[in-house]
Each structure stands twice: as structure tokens, then as C-alpha cells.
Design a protein around this ligand. Structure first.
Ligand SMILES: [Zn+2]
Length: 161
């Protein structure tokens, strides 16, 4: 299955990024919660922000699960086949959505997706975050992730902070 090596790399990279993002997110939220009452004027922003973060974290978790499933499928040799109709999923689609388990036709509708369709979030994962302008921490994630990439996988994220 060397055919999917590239995608496997992408998935593993994304996996590390997500895990790091979720860690940072939990730390941040603990601090943030205690401050909400102190800034009544910012309440609307805080709430929106909080909502965004919660939605984002839910999204991360779901994506993590999807990635684990995809990696398992690659190792098991069952990757790249639609779970609905058993058709081979076009490589282009897998490139855009490495966690896809269905062909385009059988893709589940992302009605519960409050951030962006999964396809888009993966495509723009590190370059075009939708909440970029109101949540600068996203940029922090990227910078941290860049640091991580530079040192490879030998250091834990906390070593870089
Ligand atoms: Zn299908």
C-alpha cells in the first residue's frame, strides 16, 4: 500500500497537530473561564469565542477519531474504498479528505459542522483557519506546529515552550 504513504504522512502530521491544539485549548479555557465575569463588555465576544472553541474542540475530537480510523484502514489494506458502495475512492478525493471512508456520492452531509465542512478544514488546515481573525491562538498553533516540524518528532510539544 505504498500508494497511500503520502496520505499516511499527512494523517500522522494532522494527528500530531490536533493533539497539540487540543492540549493548548484546554489550558487556555481554564484561564478564560475565571475571567468572564470581569469583562462584561466583552461578554458577547467571550461567549462567541467560547462557543467557537467548544465547537472547534468537538471538531478536533471527531477528526482525531476519523484519522485513527483512516490510519487503521491503511494498515489493514481496506483504505480508499467506499464503505457504502465499495467503489474505489478517487485519489484526488483522498488527497483532499484523507479521512474519507466513502465516495463523494455517499459522503455524509456535514449538517452538524459548525466550523466548516470537513473537506475544507483539512484542505486549509494550517493556512486559512476560519476563526483566524477572532482567535489568534490558532496562529499560535501553527507556529508551534512549525517548530515541531523543524525538530521532527523527538521532542515533546512542551519542550518547545
Ligand atoms: Zn459510494
Amino acid at each position: 500500500m505504498a500508494k497511500y504513504d503520502q496520505l499516511k504522512n499527512t494523517l500522522n502530521k494532522r494527528l500530531g497537530e490536533l493533539e497539540k491544539s487540543m492540549e493548548s485549548d484546554e489550558e487556555f479555557e481554564t484561564t478564560e473561564l475565571s475571567n468572564i465575569d470581569n469583562h462584561p463588555a466583552d461578554n458577547a465576544t467571550d461567549l462567541t469565542d467560547k462557543h467557537t472553541r467548544l465547537a472547534l474542540r468537538k471538531h478536533y475530537k471527531e477528526e482525531l477519531e476519523d484519522i485513527h480510523i483512516a490510519l487503521k484502514a491503511i494498515d489493514g489494506g481496506t483504505y480508499g474504498v467506499c464503505s457504502e458502495c465499495s467503489a474505489e475512492i478517487p485519489y484526488e478525493r483522498l488527497e483532499a479528505v484523507p479521512t474519507a471512508t466513502t465516495c463523494v456520492e455517499h459522503a455524509p452531509q456535514a449538517v452538524d459542522e459548525s466550523i466548516r465542512p470537513v473537506e475544507e478544514s483539512l484542505l486549509n488546515a494550517t493556512t486559512d483557519q476560519p476563526v483566524d481573525n477572532e482567535d489568534s491562538r490558532i496562529r499560535d498553533y501553527e507556529n508551534s506546529f512549525d517548530d515541531l516540524e523543524e525538530v521532527g518528532s523527538s521532542d515533546t510539544p512542551s519542550d518547545k515552550q
